[in-house]
Write a protein that binds this ligand. Structure first.
Ligand SMILES: [Zn+2]
Ligand SMILES: [Zn+2]
Length: 273
């Protein structure tokens, strides 16, 4: 089972890192986790043409994880795909997709005026709960709750198949549930927030930089803590993702390695892990 990092960035735009998205593949079976900025381009770079864009699993509805949902939905349809698009996500996903289809309705009508015998795009939404959510093509997919308050529920995903297990944390502060659910994973792809690198301007919503950093700590995980989590989960390999533009690979891997003896990989876009 192959895991390909499509986007390893976070909300601030970064030409080096697209928004959060990961592709899991076993043979012809594909699962896309999150639809961050640029995900469609990255899928094409990974050899997946728009007609074949796979089912989507959403960790949570923060915009950096869903902003290109509309691009995937409409483009897949424009190029001729009529099969309903599967979207799996937390409670609230159906409502968000309905709003998105509402927004796209004008464009869909205008395009259909050129087309023959073409129904509007169809989407099949499944709102998930913790536990096994599907088994397809020899891959068992499980969702587990993580801690990303006030976003509730927020999920991580575990994929078991082809003799391998891959865990994607989604966005979370250090989560004991994640440690339990990712025990012995071959590959743990964990969010990593080097809070000291965050930007701050007056009027951004936090009175001081220190206050913003304190707040980030309540719903993200700093690199040293990611190392501790990987060690407690006995993961065989740790991959850092969801990175800030100003973070440096040496500092991130140094901090994570201080508390985890296994291999630490600082994720990069289009890297197979
Ligand atoms: Zn988030
Ligand atoms: Zn995020």
């Amino acid at each position: 089972m192959r895991a390909l990092l499509l986007g390893t960035g976070s909300p601030p735009p970064n030409p080096e890192r697209r928004g959060p998205a990961t592709l899991i593949e076993l043979g012809p079976e594909r699962f896309l986790v999150d639809a961050g900025s640029g995900v469609g381009h990255q899928l094409v770079r990974a050899g997946v043409r728009a007609y074949d864009w796979p089912r989507l699993l959403i960790t949570h509805h923060h915009s950096d994880h869903t902003i290109d949902l509309g691009h995937l939905l409409i483009t897949r349809w424009i190029v001729g795909q009529n099969a309903p698009w599967e979207i799996w996500g937390p409670a609230g996903t159906r409502k968000q997709v309905e709003r998105l289809l509402d927004y796209l309705a004008w464009d869909i009508d205008v395009r259909r005026a050129h087309m023959h015998d073409r129904r509007p795009p169809e989407v099949c939404v499944t709102e998930i709960e913790e536990g096994k959510i599907m088994e397809a093509g020899g891959v068992r997919v499980s969702a587990f709750l993580v801690e990303h308050d006030p976003v509730r529920p927020a999920f991580g995903f575990r994929f078991d198949g082809g003799g391998r297990s891959v865990v994607i944390s989604g966005d979370t502060r250090p989560s004991e549930n994640l440690v339990r659910r990712s025990q012995g994973a071959d590959c743990l792809i964990h969010e990593c927030c080097d809070m000291s690198r965050t930007g701050w301007v007056p009027g951004c919503g936090w009175p001081t930089l220190e206050e913003k950093i304190r707040d980030l700590q309540s719903y993200h995980t700093p690199p040293g803590e990611v190392g501790r989590i990987a060690a407690e989960a006995r993961a065989r390999k740790l991959v850092l993702s969801h990175l800030m533009p100003a973070s440096t690979a040496e500092e991130l891997s140094g901090a994570a390695s201080a508390r985890y003896a296994g291999p630490v990989i600082v994720g990069a876009d289009l890297m197979e892990v």
